[in-house]
Design a binder for this molecule. Structure first.
Ligand code: FES
Length: 136
């Protein structure tokens, strides 16, 4: 006589939740929204190679939007949209874009170009040391 052991089959929801948690952990450990390489030297501080910031556009990296509106001029902002506090998703050659409800912000100063947001992105400090930008 053989005893049968029943192994419960995980529901689709459990499988999806587990896969999502794993993907999130991997992303938090090793990637940024833009894919730009960064190093963090202090909590809330991010360093980015100057070469990773395209002229006339920018990147989203570790909670910041870093832009270069004109060659050699850099700006940085917190990446949370001032409409509902969700992360902006894209930096184009025209604007910082929050696709949640369509707000766009200036590359130069983070001011609102189109709403529904009514306030500028929160400005961050950018310091250039050689070929590296430090943002905090
Ligand atoms: S959260 Fe960005 S437009 Fe609504």
């Amino acid at each position: 006589m053989t005893d049968q052991i029943q192994i419960p089959t995980p529901s689709r929801r459990v499988v999806l939740a587990t896969a999502g948690a794993g993907a999130l952990a991997l992303c938090l450990a090793g990637c940024s929204a833009s894919g730009a390489p960064t190093t963090s030297s202090a909590p809330g501080q991010v360093t980015v190679p100057v070469a990773d910031i395209p002229v006339g556009a920018g990147v989203i990296v570790d909670g910041y939007v870093v832009t270069q509106p004109a060659e050699g001029t850099f700006a940085a902002f917190g990446y949370l949209c001032t409409h509902q506090g969700l992360p902006v998703q894209q930096v184009t050659d025209a604007a910082i874009v929050c696709g949640h409800h369509g707000s766009t912000f200036s590359l130069a100063d983070g001011s609102v170009i189109t709403g529904p947001a009514t306030r500028a992105l929160t400005e961050a400090t950018v310091t250039r040391t050689g070929d590296t930008l430090t943002i905090n």
